[in-house]
Design a protein around this ligand. Structure first.
Ligand code: ADP
Length: 228
């Protein structure tokens, strides 16, 4: 099958994700500053046999990306940051709020049967159980399967008998980083986290969902923009 270029979707650039695609000249500049810093723009230009004006765009890119630091009337310093550090910085700047998907919630008194139907309809692996709009627990595929193979009446048994309940629910907030979310999922061996907001009333309101799929999507996007 021949694909037209229309199939090559361009993912919009997210705030805080930097494309780092250094040219040979930029790498040479970093080397010069590393060895001789602090060094002025003119001095760098001299060493490269170029004019200061030609070098200006390179210097501003390297400063913006965090490789170099510029001090007025002193010159350029090497920031000490390697590509790996910049990669870490970028990961930590990716906020849950920018990547979360919509939460899939169910009343904690709903039946196991309803939860299973919702799982299929919404194409998720975990549901968030609520009461009066506040988070009470989470119920996953295996929690539901356990009840089903236990032989109970899945039309009668409520979700709150199968769920992992508070205070054992691991949550994340929109302002936290995607990296923190991924770390929590690995540490607790779970596939998803409810994204919550505190309210004046006691309890958490569920505003989103981060799953391992969210992390894989962000990882792919990072690969498109962060060339290191
Ligand atoms: P699966 O059903 O595919 O194993 P998980 O690995 O996410 O899905 O769930 C494993 C167990 O961890 C389940 O008992 C589930 O209730 C619980 N669990 C899932 N998400 C969370 C969470 N955010 N906080 C606490 N426990 C969770």
């Amino acid at each position: 099958m021949i694909y037209s270029t229309q199939h090559l979707a361009i993912v919009p650039k997210r705030q805080g994700v930097v494309r780092i695609d250094l040219t040979k000249r930029q790498e040479t500049i970093i080397e010069i500053v590393k060895r001789n810093g602090p060094i002025t723009g003119e001095q760098i230009a001299e060493r490269l046999g170029l004019t200061r004006a030609t070098l200006r765009p390179d210097l501003s890119i390297l400063t913006m990306a965090g490789f170099l630091e510029a001090r007025p009337r002193v010159g350029y310093y090497y920031s000490g940051k390697k590509n790996a550090d910049l990669f870490g910085d970028t990961l930590r700047r990716m906020k849950v709020a920018d990547y979360q998907s919509v939460p899939v919630v169910i009343e904690e008194t709903a039946s196991i049967y309803d939860a299973i139907v919702s799982l299929f309809m919404e194409d998720v692996g975990t549901l968030v159980a609520v009461r009066d709009g506040f988070l009470q627990g989470v119920v996953s595929r295996k929690d539901l399967l356990k009840v089903a193979i236990g032989g109970g009446d899945i039309h009668q048994i409520p979700v709150n008998l199968a769920m992992t309940r508070l205070p054992n629910v691991i949550v994340i907030r929109p302002e936290q980083s995607l990296y923190e979310a991924a770390t929590l999922m690995v540490q607790h061996q779970i596939d998803s986290l409810p994204v919550v907001k505190d309210t004046a009333a006691k309890g958490w309101v569920v505003v989103g969902r981060v799953s391992k799929t969210t992390i894989v999507r962000a990882f792919v996007e990072l690969g498109q923009y962060l060339e290191i």
